[in-house]
Design a protein. Structure first.
Length: 664
């Protein structure tokens, strides 16, 4: 059903005109990272003279997919990429593609470049057959702005791979005279030569080169492996730190190819979807107001709906210096998506000339959501698609018309913009029915808020008994191995229902010896314990939690942090008191056990966890979290049997434990 491209998007170089910002053209493509499906290149937004976010005209980044699927996730995680990071990539093309590109070049004679040419000295070396460093010495070359930028679009890098982060921010000097020979495009030999050179630089090499070589850009051009270099890392923006975050959004209702979207007016959309009309509880405004504990909002003062907007079905769309053909009657690729965004924004900007409310939102230059409601007939293989994280002037989500009455999907996509990844269970990426980023179909028309890991991730909720000012590291807030001793290994907690408090989880992290970031660590899952209760009131917090998870202690595993560069996903593990996979050592099924690894007395790390529910109530659960130091109390006659401890967390101490039978 939903095939979602999680795109990380990045802030543009700066909120200024590129002409006055010499770094903007030297910086390569902004990177879109989908935490799951795609890593793509996209031209960064710049802010034009009217205050609108538009793609930089100097951008020479192709609409290219660098990786997809699990490969994309691995790529993003390995490089610690965040959407919106500015990168330089070296992409090379085969001969056929090179010839096609030459054919698409704009006339280059007698045409001034609108701004300093981008750097990318090295690229020519990669493009030219038999190129050598003498002829193509980086700093001196790149004679022709026009030809150069096209070449750079395909093959940009600096003079040497990564030796100096600022080496190529010298594009102003790249205006010397041209040489037609420089425009020759290349054979595969040069590509292979370059590739072999790149092979010695594994850190910068694009991952899974062979797979990437199979990718095609929307134009059909084929790219072969290249390198990627991060030029500027964007900052994550939307972790709650004390000030409510109002979402700014522009929602466009699109018609194209003689197809119409389901809404014939902004009022119809607002009434049915966004505000709720009395029968739909899970409307977007309510989702944010309720699930964020007032920490974020989706209100009409900051959100505008525009449309229906009539867009062309086919045509060409520019992305910086490159043009792409789109045909929405048959495709739903990057070129079509770009055409929808560009067409919508152009329409909105026209409207802004006479509508101050629209203008105030369209000129918002940080993390504005653009949501596009498509006709149901659009040729998209997904229900929704969204950028993961919103660190740029704009980020995007797309909702296919057939799903445009489903607030769960719209909220799901908008929360990708917030930086969240999917909530899974087992091998099912969407398998967690306790989170809208998981199996949101379980919710029906009701409202269901996030699971504990996702709430922690965006700062909407935190561990219980957190010490103020200590983040999640307080004594009872985020348990580490150091919070347990063999003599005091049963810790009992009252965890409030998520609806009742934003301090509503216990995080058990036996991987770390203490909360000190430098403390010893081992590989071990981090468990999030929370309690969810279905509320019978329409539209209330967790009115949509399914019965299998209502009035249950819910255990998630999540090794992630609050960093948006961290691509760990949450996994639903189990729920009690009657666990689906209880510890087999306990016949009544009321004890859940984490994996056991041998305890290391020297480091204080290792062991295991046994968790049992002591009592469930309408507003809280009481739970016993026991750290195991061994899988049995001790061998009969051993010292451990006389220590009066419950080292195996079975509730029996020392000699009372049958493990120690025969000790006396
Ligand atoms: Zn998704």
């Amino acid at each position: 059903m939903t095939s979602i491209r999680l795109l990380h998007q990045q802030p543009s170089p700066s909120a200024s005109n590129p002409a006055s910002n010499p770094t903007s053209s030297s910086l390569g493509a902004p990177l879109e990272v989908s935490s799951v499906n795609f890593v793509e290149l996209r031209c960064p937004d710049i802010i034009n003279a009217d205050g609108f976010a538009v793609p930089g005209p100097d951008c020479n980044a192709p609409l290219a997919t660098l990786a997809d699927g699990e490969e994309a996730l691995g790529f993003a995680a390995e490089q610690e990429l965040l959407s919106g990071d500015l990168v330089q990539v070296t992409l090379r093309v085969d001969e056929e593609t090179a010839a096609a590109l030459n054919a698409t070049r704009r006339p280059r004679r007698n045409q001034a470049s609108p701004s300093p040419a981008p750097s990318g000295h090295r690229r020519r070396q990669l493009l030219q057959q038999g190129a050598d460093d003498d002829e193509n010495d980086g700093m001196s070359s790149d004679p022709e702005p026009e030809g150069e930028q096209l070449a750079a679009a395909l093959d940009e890098s600096d003079d040497e791979y990564g030796a100096d982060a600022d080496a190529d921010e010298d594009e102003g000097a790249d205006q010397d005279g041209g040489d037609d020979e420089d425009d020759e495009v290349a054979g595969m030999q040069a590509v292979e030569d370059a590739a072999s050179e790149l092979a010695s630089r594994p850190r910068r090499e694009l991952r899974s080169a062979a797979a990437i070589a199979r990718r095609q850009s929307p134009s059909g051009f084929k790219y072969v492996p290249g390198t990627l270099r991060i030029k500027r890392r964007g900052e994550q923006k939307e972790i709650y730190t004390g000030s409510p975050i109002p979402l700014r959004a522009t929602i466009y209702l699109l018609d194209f190819c003689n197809w119409t979207n389901p809404y014939r007016s902004p009022e119809a959309f607002k009434k049915y979807v966004s505000s709720g009309n009395g029968s739909i509880e899970n409307n977007l405004m309510n989702y944010y107001r309720t699930c964020s504990y007032g920490k974020s909002s989706f209100d009409w003062g900051n959100v505008t709906v525009i449309g229906p907007v009539q867009l062309p079905c086919k045509g060409n769309v520019s992305s910086g210096f490159l043009k792409y053909t789109f045909d929405a009657s048959t495709k739903c690729g990057a070129a079509e998506q770009l055409s929808w965004v560009r067409g919508s924004e152009a329409y909105g900007q026209q409207l802004a000339a006479t509508n101050d409310a629209v203008k105030s939102i369209l000129t918002w230059t940080q993390r504005r959501r653009i949501m596009l409601i498509l006709p149901a007939q659009a040729k998209c293989g997904w229900a929704g698609l969204a950028d993961v994280a919103c660190t740029s002037p704009t980020c995007r989500s797309y909702i296919k018309g057939g799903y445009a009455s489903n607030d769960n999907i719209m909220y799901h996509e908008l929360q990708h913009n917030y930086g969240l990844s999917h909530a899974g269970k087992g091998m099912n990426e969407y398998g967690d029915p306790t989170d809208p980023l998981g199996d949101y179909n379980a919710v029906g028309t009701h409202l269901q808020c996030h699971n504990a890991p996702n709430n922690y991730r965006i700062g909407w909720a935190k561990p219980v008994n957190e010490i103020p000012g200590k983040g999640g590291d307080g004594w009872w807030g985020n348990l580490t191995a150091g919070n347990f001793t063999a003599a005091s290994n049963h810790l009992r907690f009252t965890i409030p229902a998520s609806a009742t408090s934003d301090e509503n989880m216990v995080v058990v992290n036996l991987a770390a010896a203490s909360a000190d970031p430098t403390a010893a660590r081992i590989a071990y899952p981090k468990y999030f314990l929370s309690y969810r209760v279905r509320n019978a009131t329409a539209g209330a917090f967790d009115s949509g939690i399914t019965s299998g998870y209502s009035n249950r202690l819910i255990i998630h595993a999540f090794n992630g942090s609050q960093s948006e560069r961290d691509y760990n996903r949450s996994l639903l593990i189990d729920a009690g008191p009657k666990f689906s996979k209880p510890d087999p050592a306990f016949a009544n099924g009321t004890v859940w056990a984490a994996p056991f690894v041998p305890y290391n007395a020297a480091t204080g790390l290792g062991g295991g966890l046994r968790i049992r529910v002591l009592r469930t109530g309408p507003a809280a659960v009481e739970v016993d979290v026991c750290r195991m130091y061994d899988t049995r109390e001790g061998a009969p006659g051993s010292e451990a049997c006389y220590a009066g401890q419950d080292r195996d967390c079975d509730g029996l101490y020392g000699l009372d434990d049958p493990d120690c039978a025969g000790s006396r």
